[in-house]
Design a protein around this ligand. Structure first.
Ligand code: GLU
Length: 332
């Protein structure tokens, strides 16, 4: 009898596990589904963005039968790879990384390995390639980085590729002409204030916690303009790059700069996999777009968002769950 009972318990457990698995794949119908959004470091904008999306969807968890959780990660490159391996259902990804991953672009992390199942959901805020230096380092342009200790970003981050691009375009070898560090974005502000690095790159929306922290310490810091022929060439050669202005004055009054600085940048985009169900993707898109004004109030970096613009900057195919919502809403 005992044996029979334990077999029954075991079968029930297995059935439970299968059912849970089916829920995840089956989407937001039937039992409750779960989805995790990969973001970035906690002092960036991806992390609060994941938080904003999950907060809105989870408030209607019963309606959608969906619970969304958020994970802090190493950034865009990590997120693409985790979506592709099935470890994450969603990830926030720079538009340039989305392009490279889907196309398997040369000189990218996915060279010759196009990520065919990568799907676009929508784009979010603009991100600028931002270079912050200590005043005492004397760095006032990209060329001044020669011989300095510079955090170009951890492997897995989006900024690492952008830093390499601009350095190479400026004729600086990131490995030979400076001391390149590969630190997590969340460590950068503290390391700069401690004098352990001279400058750091961060491709991020503004304001970001990282620069608020870095401009609030005792060491004076400066946003370094990124402009000139190197940027012109990059923007011309790559469809995903555009010139940008970093709003220093409004966001970081303690920086040495008296004015905003020019740079270039990309867009933050929400990505998923073709294997994630239409119902889950539809629920997330619907919640954000039906309540866009509420979403925009959750972070100042979203102030300029318009629904139509959130369909641009996408290079992977749209996920059908997103497509369905955009058709219904007359956005496509
Ligand atoms: N753009 C950065 C990356 O892809 C992350 C920025 C953020 O966390 O807001 O790694």
């Amino acid at each position: 009898m005992k044996k029979v009972l334990s077999v029954i318990v075991m079968l029930a457990l297995i059935a439970g596990i299968c059912f849970a698995g089916a829920q995840g794949e089956g989407g937001a119908k039937g039992g409750q589904a779960f989805a995790t959004i990969g973001t970035g470091g906690v002092t960036g904008v991806y992390y609060p963005t994941g938080g904003a999306i999950s907060k809105m969807v989870n408030a209607k968890s019963a309606e959608y039968n969906l619970r969304v959780t958020v994970e802090s990660t190493g950034g865009s490159v990590y997120n693409v790879n985790a979506i592709m391996s099935g470890d994450l259902e969603f990830g926030i990804v720079q538009s340039d990384r989305q392009f490279q991953a889907y196309n398997g672009s040369a000189d990218s992390d996915w060279e010759g390995k196009p990520q065919e199942k990568l799907r676009a959901v929508f784009s979010i805020h603009p991100e600028s390639v931002t270079l912050l230096a200590s005043d005492e380092s004397g760095i006032k342009s990209i060329n001044d980085l020669r011989g300095k200790v510079v955090n170009i970003g951890n492997p897995g981050s989006g900024q690492r590729g952008n830093a390499m691009d601009i350095l190479e375009a400026a004729g600086i070898d990131p490995m030979a002409d400076l001391k390149a560090e590969g630190l997590q974005a969340s460590e950068s502000a503290g390391m700069l204030q401690d004098g352990r690095i001279d400058a750091y790159f961060y491709t991020v929306g503004h304001p970001s916690g990282s620069f608020i922290e870095a401009t609030s310490g005792s060491k004076k810091v400066r946003f370094v303009p990124i402009e000139g022929p190197a940027v012109d060439a990059l923007v011309k050669a790559n469809p995903y790059y555009a010139k940008s202005i970093i709003p220093v004055k409004a966001n970081y009054p303690n920086a040495v700069n008296g004015a905003d600085v020019p740079s270039f940048g990309v867009k933050a985009t929400l990505c998923t996999s073709a294997d994630v169900s239409d119902a889950i993707v539809y629920a997330i898109v619907k919640e954000v777009f039906d309540n866009l004004e509420d979403f925009k109030a959750l972070h100042p970096a979203y102030a300029i968002l318009k629904a139509e613009d959130m369909l641009t900057g996408l290079s992977a195919p749209l996920h059908p769950g997103a497509e369905k919502y955009f058709m219904e809403a007359g956005l496509r």
